[in-house]
Design a protein around this ligand. Sequence first.
Ligand SMILES: [Fe+2]
Length: 196
Amino acid sequence: MAYEPKNFDNLLGTKGLSDQLLKNHFTLYQGYVTNTNKVSDALNSMLKEGKTTTPEYAELRRRFGWEWNGMRLHELYFGNMVKGGTPIDKSTNLYKKIVADFGSYENWEKDFKATGAMRGIGWVILYYDGWGDRLFNTWINEHDVGHLCAATPLIVMDVFEHAYMLDYGLKKADYIEAFFKAIDWTIDPHHDSMFE
Ligand SMILES: [Fe+2]
């Protein structure tokens, strides 16, 4: 079953992110959806045709996580923003967990922003490890390197240059501020029970 690109036009008009930048970014995301389907189809065809020992099969197999994560990370990134932003509710279990693990919400934010400000392209993810009951701010190099297995992504920030350069040039920190103002901290009570 092929993946269909999701529509994030509701984000157009978000303060700090121009429509042109967002539209370019949506197009780029749609490319990941297309290529995820293409790579998946090609691998299935090769299996049927008995070509699983070929270098082409091996390279496409290696590539799949890059395309698939490129698709899903963009869905999480656009999905965790809303025009105008929604601040975190201090009565939620997640807020209390952030304070417990980082000392304060402000410390968490400082650490997340510092991770985003690092030199390089990639992603910053606030991950929750349910097995160890711990939160981590995580640097993802490219789309496929650095993920924490079986942990749940809670906040995802794109820090590839295409996410900000059109509006901010080299001022990545200003983009990160704009992203923070657009974060949608709305937490489903069902999901919030994860942090009890
Ligand atoms: Fe991106």
